[in-house]
Structures are given as C-alpha cells and as structure tokens.
Design a protein. Structure first.
Length: 391
C-alpha cells in the first residue's frame, strides 16, 4: 500500500529551515534544563513521598496547595490522579526518609493540612486506623462485653473494610449501617468521631539512594543503546552512517527531555522506557532511509549525493507517513484517553514519534551530505560512494 506514488520534494533545499527549527527547540530545552525547571525527575529518581488522597467532591487543587502552604510544605507537586470522577489527588512531597515513622509523618502532615473546622475532642473517622477505632470502642464498651479486645477488633476491622470498599471516604455515619458492624458500636462513633471530606488512601516512599541508583541506570541504558547503534550501523553500512544516526537520536532525546523540562512534567520510569523505545523507533526509521540511499548510490553513480539523498527520502516517504502516522494515532489515543498513570509515557511517545520521523528526514540525511561535501573539499574520495571496480 502506498500513500502516494510520485513525489519530488527538495528536502535538502530546506535544510536551513530544519536546522533553525531544531536549534530553537534544542536550545529552549537546554536552557530549561540548566536554568529553569532543570530535569524534572519523578519521585523514583529523586526520592520523596507520594500521598494519595481521595475526596468526597471534585478537589480544588488551588485550595489543596494553599493548605499545604499553611503547614509549611512549600512547592509540593499536586495533580489529579485517575479519572476525574474518582476525585483523587496525588501529592508529591520532598520528604525522603524511608522508615515507618516517615510514612506516618507524611500521612499526618497531609491530614493536618487538609482538615478544617475540626470539632473539639473528636477524631476523623475517614482517616482513623482500625486500631484507633478499636481502642475507642473498647473504652466506650457500647456492646457491654467488658472491653472484649477480640470483639472490638472485629468491629473496627468491619468498619475500616467497608470504608475502604466505598472508596476510602464516608459521607455519612448512616453509611456504616451496611458495614456489618453492630448498630450499637456504630451509634457510639458519633460521640468521638466526625467525617472529613477526604481520606488518605495510601502513602509511598522512595529513598534518595534508590533514586540516585535509578538515575545512573537510566543514563547507562541510554548510553549503551546509543553505543550499540553506532557499532551496528558502522558495521552494517559505514561509520559515518552510525555517527549520523547517533547524532539524530541524541537530537530526538534532547528535544523530548527538553519538552518535559519546559512543561515541568515528571520524568518517571515509564518515561525512560518510552525514550528508550523511541531510540529504537527513530533508529529504525533512519535505517530505512539509509538503506535506500545505499541502494540508489549503486544505481545512480553519476548523480550528486544530494540528489540521491533527496530521491531516496521521497521514495521512502510513503512508507514513513503510513508507519509513523498509524503509530502516532495509536499513541495519541493513549495520551488522550489513557489517564494520569500513562500521561508521561504517552506524552514522550507523542513527542518522540513526531520528532523521530522528522529527524530521519531533516537531520540524519543532511549530515551525510555535509560530511561528503567536506571530504570532497579536502580532495578525498566520498566515503559513502562505492569505489570503482578494479581499484
């Protein structure tokens, strides 16, 4: 299947426009990484505490941020999580301790920040542990069992299990009637507990040591993949092809990471996976163009390399548009409908596929021509051209 059969676009004639485009986005990304947002590593790389909060209503992120400021948490990363109907928010704190006390501290900090108008002497049932509920019931003894530890432990566990089963946030004490807990125990809770409009569902901590190790591994994975491509292309074609491909992939990676820095979007492990995927994708697209150039060099010995390269790009253009276009539509759907969890991953793919397709035409091929022109000026045989037989 072909998108079109005959096309003759002078891509090399527009190389200065392509260079200007690449310079603008590359320099903007570099400036952002160096002076503005830097590289926005996700919590897996820099270490920190993730707190997942469920609200009973649509959360106001501005109000949540103001609440964080009131308790001294400066510039936390706050974003909605999951589908909008779930009313969930992910709060990323810079706290980096990795012990059990730090987990409780992160939870307590968020609860203290978000709780407002707390009735005197009452605790928040939406954020109370089963142990807290059990101790309260055991002290009040609404079932008149003499403070039976096992009995009230079961009651507290039924209440917490039901609360978690309905999303982690109770809207009314009457909701507990369906929990399976004893009505007398439920009735006694209203004397010592109140219901806030949120519940802390989970707290996760990644230590800075683990984050530093992941940064190193991600950098090494990228370097090894680039080195592997250089060796393969140098062996499969000639070394200048490998150099051109590596420069092209570096260009793609720089612009993709720069886009994340400019938009201050976290670079998570899934984003690194997407970038490594794009290295292979961009390299594959470049090799298709290079292979056609090599074939045409043998068939068009008397033509200039610039004309051969233009012809080769035009001949593979239909395949490029079909392959890249279908892939782009898939990742665009993932970006639009994949939810917050896949946002960074799909964003990297969307940017990378566009830039990777562009660079195979606008960066890799012109590097070959520029190198050949330089060799000709030096009086050397063009490296990409095959030597005449018998010489």
């Amino acid at each position: 299947m072909e998108f079109f059969r005959t096309v003759n676009i002078d891509f090399l004639g527009k190389k200065w426009y392509f260079l200007a485009f690449s310079l603008i986005f590359s320099v903007a990304g570099l400036l952002s990484m160096l002076f503005w947002h830097h590289i926005p590593w996700g919590v897996e790389f820099r270490g920190g505490t993730l707190v997942y909060v469920k609200f009973s209503h649509t959360p106001d992120l501005g109000a949540v941020r103001s609440a964080m400021d009131r308790v001294g948490l400066r510039d936390p990363k706050i974003q909605t999580y999951g589908t909008s109907s779930n009313n969930e928010v992910l709060i990323d704190l810079a706290q980096k301790e990795t012990n059990e006390q730090a987990l409780d501290q992160g939870r307590t900090t968020i609860i203290n920040a978000l709780e407002t108008n707390v009735p005197p002497g009452k605790q928040d049932l939406n954020n109370a542990s089963s142990l807290t509920i059990k101790n309260y019931l055991q002290d009040k003894d609404p079932l008149h069992v003499g403070g039976d530890d096992k009995k009230y432990t079961e009651q507290a566990q039924d209440i917490v299990k039901y609360r978690n089963g309905v999303g982690g946030v109770l809207r009314s004490m009457d909701d507990l009637k369906a929990s399976g807990a004893d009505p007398a125990a439920i009735a006694s809770l209203s004397d010592g507990f109140f219901l806030s409009d949120f519940g802390v569902r989970d707290v996760q901590i990644v230590g800075p040591q683990v984050g530093s190790q992941l940064q190193k591994q991600a950098a090494l994975a990228t370097i090894y993949s680039l080195a592997g491509m250089l060796v393969y292309l140098g062996f499969r074609f000639e070394w200048i092809y490998g150099v051109a491909a590596v420069i092209t992939v570096f260009h793609d990676t720089l612009i993709t990471v720069g886009a994340f820095s400019l938009t201050n979007t976290d670079i998570s492990l899934t984003v690194i996976a997407a970038i490594l995927t794009l290295i292979g994708y961009s390299n594959n697209d470049t090799i298709v163009v290079f292979d056609r150039i090599r074939e045409n060099i043998k068939l068009m010995r008397r033509e200039k390399l610039s004309e051969i390269v233009n012809r080769s790009i035009n001949q593979t253009l239909s395949r490029t548009i079909l392959t890249a276009g279908l892939t782009f539509l898939t990742v665009l759907a993932l970006f639009l409908f994949g939810g917050e969890v896949l946002h960074g991953f799909s964003l990297a793919l969307v940017i990378g596929i566009l830039i990777g397709t562009y660079s195979s035409i606008a960066i890799a091929a012109p590097i070959l021509v520029a190198y050949q022109d330089w060799r000709i000026e030096k009086g050397k045989r063009p490296l990409a051209m095959p030597a005449a037989k018998g010489k």
